[in-house]
Design a protein around this ligand. Structure first.
Ligand code: FAD
Length: 396
């Protein structure tokens, strides 16, 4: 009997991992990607993403995070590529902040190594950070920086090595129930259109998902990063600069990580990012001067040793759900269509685990890796059906 055919719609962070996991299980996978492997237009752009092992979001994410940790290492071995650069991680703020209190509770419950540093210990070990009164730090020794564009490319390479077919420059316009079972996937490659039949479709359109799944309550936001030269290269080399979540109040919160090039760090101010991007293809990608000044002010206040002046800045789109948990599940009992959407700013580290969960869903309709928080039926399954998956996107 021939292997069941699976269409993966979107070869970004999640779709690439789903394709890899499906292909290793023997499914006949076709990935439809409107751009190319590891492109910079989507939610995984900008070169790097944080990986945290101590996960304040809650212990229900434990199995998914553990699976992701192992799969990142497996993907590195399979593709002979350095993808997860271990730097350790710091969360800095008042002890009662959910990122710190939640992180400690998570580590305790899951038996994950961690350390609590008081202000003196933080300054002694990491003088690149300036603690404020009453602040402590939570250290996550297994955290690090993921090479994001490269990782997507590696997962697609691994999928192809297991027999997957990659259709780049191809936009999916619709997924519909096929008469007699399976699905029909309508595509456009340049001006050529086609309809192909598969047994299943895995829809992982990222920030474009609003177009793909118009009845899901998804909102696309524009998140910006600024890059800054380090002034003290020894003190701020990647191994000495743990990824950092700073939670010191409304105007004093950020995420930061090494750019892994030995010269720069990347800053993501915790800000009210522009919401409700109507169209990712025409969204504004220019980082306003006042936003760049916000980055500079944060660095002056909290990160001695880093130059406040941004030397690069970029905006990337991301799809959010109302509660900040992704929306993952099968739309029908036969798992003809599996949806992975709304990763709400924290999907990259978990992408291999979500990829494995997608393969579970296609194979069995369920996955033990998925936390109940991401269930597709928690709020809106009743509002969405396979028939809703008719797209109206422009041809690539
Ligand atoms: C600035 C920023 C910083 C972040 N930082 C972190 C972090 O530090 N750690 C972390 O864990 N997470 C982080 N995230 C979140 C994480 O990057 C995202 O959750 C993740 O990349 C989402 O992956 P995705 O596959 O859903 O989207 P994408 O990676 O954008 O993939 C979607 C893919 O689908 C393709 N596509 C869409 N529509 C179609 C179509 N109709 N036909 C064919 N192809 C299509 C697109 O071209 C794209 O390749 C961050 C996000 C942003 C934006």
């Amino acid at each position: 009997m021939s292997a069941p055919r699976v269409a993966v719609v979107g070869g970004g962070a999640i779709g690439s991992m789903a394709a890899w996991q499906l292909a290793t299980r023997g499914f006949a996978v076709t990935v439809y990607e409107r751009y190319w492997p590891g492109h910079n237009e989507g939610a995984g752009g900008g070169g790097t993403r944080m990986f945290r092992r101590v996960y304040a979001e809650g212990p229900a994410y434990g199995p998914l995070l553990d699976a992701s940790w192992h799969l990142w290492r497996r993907l590195e071995r399979a593709t002979d590529t350095d993808l997860l650069h271990r730097t350790g991680g710091l969360s800095i703020g008042p002890a009662h902040h959910p990122v710190l209190a939640g992180g400690i509770a998570y580590a305790e419950q899951r038996g994950i190594p961690y350390e609590v540093l008081d202000a003196d210990a933080l300054t002694a070990r990491y003088p690149q950070h300036t603690p404020l009164d009453g602040e402590i730090a939570l250290f996550d020794p297994e955290a690090g920086v993921l090479r994001s564009n490269l990782a997507i490319r590696a997962a697609l390479d691994a999928a192809v090595a297991h027999g997957a077919e990659l259709r780049t420059g191809t936009t999916v316009h619709g997924v519909a129930e096929a008469p007699g079972g399976g699905v029909e996937v309508a595509t456009a490659t340049g001006t050529a259109t086609a309809t192909e039949r598969h047994d299943h479709a895995v829809v992982a359109g990222g920030p474009w998902a609003r177009t793909l799944l118009p009845t899901l309550p998804l909102e696309t936001r524009a998140i910006y990063h600024t890059w800054h030269f380090v002034e003290d290269r020894q003190l701020l080399r990647p191994e000495r600069f743990p990824i950092t979540l700073r939670r010191s109040g409304p105007d004093l919160s950020y995420g930061a990580m090494s750019a892994l090039d030995g010269t720069r760090v990347k800053l993501a101010p915790h800000a009210d990012y522009p919401r409700d991007v109507e169209d990712v293809d025409t969204m504004r990608r220019h980082v306003r001067a006042d936003w760049q000044h916000r980055s500079a002010a944060l660095i002056r206040a909290l990160l001695p040793g880093v130059s406040p002046d941004p030397v690069e800045s970029q905006i990337y789109p991301e799809s959010f759900t109302p509660d900040g948990h992704a929306a993952v599940g099968a739309l029908d009992a036969d798992a003809r269509v599996v949806v992975l959407a709304g990763f709400s700013g924290h999907g990259f580290k978990l992408a291999p685990g979500f990829g494995r969960a997608a393969a579970d869903l296609v194979a069995t309709g369920t996955s033990a890796l998925l936390p109940p928080d991401v269930a597709l039926d928690r709020d809106f399954r009743a509002q969405v059906s396979i028939r809703d998956l008719v797209l109206d996107a422009d041809p690539a």
